[in-house]
Design a protein around this ligand. Structure first.
Ligand code: HPA
Ligand code: ZN
Length: 336
C-alpha cells in the first residue's frame, strides 16, 4: 500500500470526467422538480438502486435519462460547480471536462446555454478554488457523422472556450473510422483531439483512433494490451491513456480491481492517468479511484506518484503552465 496520506496530499489533474456523469442523485431529483421533468425515481436510494450495470449500454441508458433534468444555464453551472468543489477537496488542481452537446441540443437546450453554464462554473472555480479547467466537446458515436459535423459547426463560434473534441457513447459497432472526416476538420480548426477507445471495443479501434483520427490521448484504452505492437506504438508516441478504475469495475470491463491492468500498463512504459469518468454513477471521485486501486493492487509510493504526476504531463496545459504545475507537484511531494 502507498504510505498513509500520500494519495490525499498529492496535487492531481483529472482528464476523463463527463460532467453529465457527475450528476448526483440528490441534484438529479432537485433539478427534475425545478424543471418539471418526469423521472421514474422518488428518492436518491431509488436512483442508486437502479445503478446496476453489466455493460456500457446499461449505464448509457440511465446516463441519458439522468441528463434530461439539465435544462438551463444555471443547471449546467450548478452541476459543474458541485463537481469542481468536490474535485478541489481531492486536491485536484486542473480538470479537462467532457460535455455531450448532442445529449442536450435535440431536447431543445441551446448549445450556448450549456457552454455558458459550464464556463460560468470554470470561472468561479478558478477564482475561488484555484482549480483551472478546459472543456472538451464529445461527439456521440452512436449518432452519424453528419450529426457530429453539425455539432462541430455549432462549436466553431465558441472556439475560445472549447479546447478539444472527443468521442464517447456506445463503442461496439461504432468504430473511430466513422468519424474520420469530422475529426480531420476539428484538427484543421485547431481543436485538440481525444477519443474513447478500447473500453469495450477491440484493439483495432485504438489503432483507428491513432491512425485515422490522429488523437493525442486515448480514453480508457484497456484493450490495447491485447496487441503488443499497439502497446509499443502507444509507448513510443507517449500517447497518454486516461484510465478509470471504478468505471471499469462497475461496467464489467474488469472482473475485479485486483485484476485491473494498470500496473501492466505502467510496466509497459505507458503514460497512464487515473480518473473518475462518471463519478456519480460509478461510486467515486478521483481520490476514491486511487484509494480503490491501492487497496486492490497495493500500489507503491512510486506508482501513486507517477500516476498522479502523469495527469499534469498528459494535460493540454500550455508549456509554461504545465511546467509550473509540475513544479508545484514536485514541491508538494518534497514537502510531504
Ligand atoms: N464510455 C463511453 N461513453 C461514455 C462514458 C464511457 O465510459 N461515460 C459517459 N459517456
Ligand atoms: Zn468516459
Amino acid at each position: 500500500m502507498a504510505r498513509d496520506g500520500l494519495i490525499d496530499a498529492l496535487p492531481k489533474a483529472e482528464l476523463h470526467i463527463h460532467i453529465e456523469g457527475s450528476l448526483e442523485p440528490s441534484m438529479m431529483l432537485e433539478l427534475a422538480a425545478r424543471n418539471a421533468v418526469d423521472l421514474p425515481y422518488t428518492s436518491s436510494d431509488e436512483v442508486l438502486a437502479a445503478y446496476r450495470f453489466t455493460r456500457l449500454q446499461d449505464f448509457l441508458d440511465l446516463y441519458y435519462r439522468g441528463m434530461s433534468v439539465l435544462r438551463t444555464r444555471a443547471d449546467f453551472r450548478d452541476l459543474a460547480l458541485a463537481y469542481l468543489r468536490r474535485a478541489a477537496a481531492d486536491r485536484v488542481e486542473h480538470v479537462e471536462i467532457f460535455f455531450d452537446p448532442q445529449g442536450h441540443v435535440p431536447r431543445g437546450v441551446g448549445f450556448a446555454e450549456v457552454l455558458d453554464g459550464l464556463t460560468d462554473a470554470l470561472a468561479i472555480a478558478e477564482r475561488d478554488l484555484g482549480v483551472t479547467g478546459y472543456l472538451i466537446m464529445c461527439f456521440l458515436r452512436h449518432l452519424d457523422e453528419d450529426d457530429a459535423e453539425r455539432t462541430l459547426d455549432l462549436a466553431l463560434a465558441h472556439k475560445d472556450r472549447i479546447i478539444g473534441v472527443g468521442l464517447d457513447s456506445s463503442e461496439l459497432g461504432h468504430p473511430p473510422a466513422k468519424f474520420k472526416n469530422v475529426f480531420r476538420r476539428a484538427r484543421d480548426e485547431g481543436f485538440r483531439t481525444v477519443a474513447h477507445a478500447g473500453e469495450e471495443g477491440p484493439s483495432s479501434y485504438v489503432w483507428e483512433a491513432i491512425d485515422l483520427l490522429g488523437v493525442e490521448r486515448i480514453d480508457h484504452g484497456n484493450r490495447a494490451l491485447e496487441d503488443s505492437e499497439l502497446v509499443r506504438r502507444i509507448a513510443m508516441d507517449k500517447l497518454p491513456l486516461t484510465v478509470c478504475p471504478l468505471s471499469n469495475l462497475r461496467l464489467c470491463v474488469v472482473e475485479d480491481l485486483a485484476r485491473h491492468p494498470i500496473r501492466q500498463m505502467l510496466e509497459a512504459g505507458l503514460m497512464v492517468t487515473v480518473n473518475s469518468d462518471d463519478p456519480a454513477y460509478f461510486g467515486g471521485y478521483v481520490s476514491e479511484n486511487f484509494h480503490a486501486l491501492d487497496a486492490a493492487l497495493k500500489l507503491s509510493d512510486d506508482e501513486v506518484t507517477v500516476l498522479a504526476r502523469n495527469g499534469f504531463t498528459a494535460s493540454f496545459l500550455g508549456q509554461e503552465a504545465k511546467a509550473e504545475a509540475l513544479g508545484r507537484f514536485d514541491q508538494a511531494l518534497a514537502d510531504l
